[in-house]
Ligand binder design. Sequence first.
Ligand SMILES: C[S@@+](CC[C@H](N)C(=O)[O-])C[C@H]1O[C@@H](n2cnc3c(N)ncnc32)[C@H](O)[C@@H]1O
Length: 223
Amino acid sequence: MANNPGSGVSLDTMQPKDIFDFHAWFSGRFTSLLHFRGGTFYQALMLAVARNAKNIVETGTLRVAGNGASDGQSTRLFAEFAERYDCKLWTCDVDPAAIALARDETAPFASRVEYVVSDSVAFLREFREPIDLLYLDSMDFKEEDPGPPQDHALREGQAALHALHTQSIVLVDDCGLKHGGKGGKVIPFFLGQGWQVIGMHYQALMTHAFDSMGKVVPDALAP
Ligand SMILES: C[S@@+](CC[C@H](N)C(=O)[O-])C[C@H]1O[C@@H](n2cnc3c(N)ncnc32)[C@H](O)[C@@H]1O
């Protein structure tokens, strides 16, 4: 991913023109489609451009066409981003019908996408490439029974940790809800691993923390 892993944002790869191009593309194609998720998706993907992200992994696939206000349309967004920025997307869902629909919705970009039918924790545990951008949006959150989706998201974070690195970006959906939503347990887990929350609206955006000397936090992870 980044051309200089562990040393902070690779701003040398991003010029003012790149920022404008990203802004024009995202605003024109996705701002209205993504509704209240737009701001954090924008922030995550702008950072992905700056860090030259190549491998995007999402759990929880687009299952309803055009349903940006409720579910989000993440697979369309990531697949089109992958085409534009020369990346690969893995989208994982336990429901074959969701994967079939996502395959139809992203057909123009199919060469960029691996469509995976699996439980997301098992999939992440076995994932063998570095993950530059991880999006967690699988088990539905219910305010009256927050435990199962929070436990599942925690297990996803734990299962993905081996593939994450100091320049990775993690975005968790459905956090701006009672009990912290899907992020109620996985966010504290990442904080305990030296990560920080850098964006919080309906979704939570996290990156690795660095100290004032640019050293990765905690020290134990430093080379
Ligand atoms: C909220 S939807 C994902 C919406 C999608 N990210 C979007 O933006 O349109 C949640 C999806 O997670 C899937 N899911 C639920 N439990 C899962 C599990 N254990 N492993 C993988 N996917 C799961 C569901 O089948 C469903 O399609």
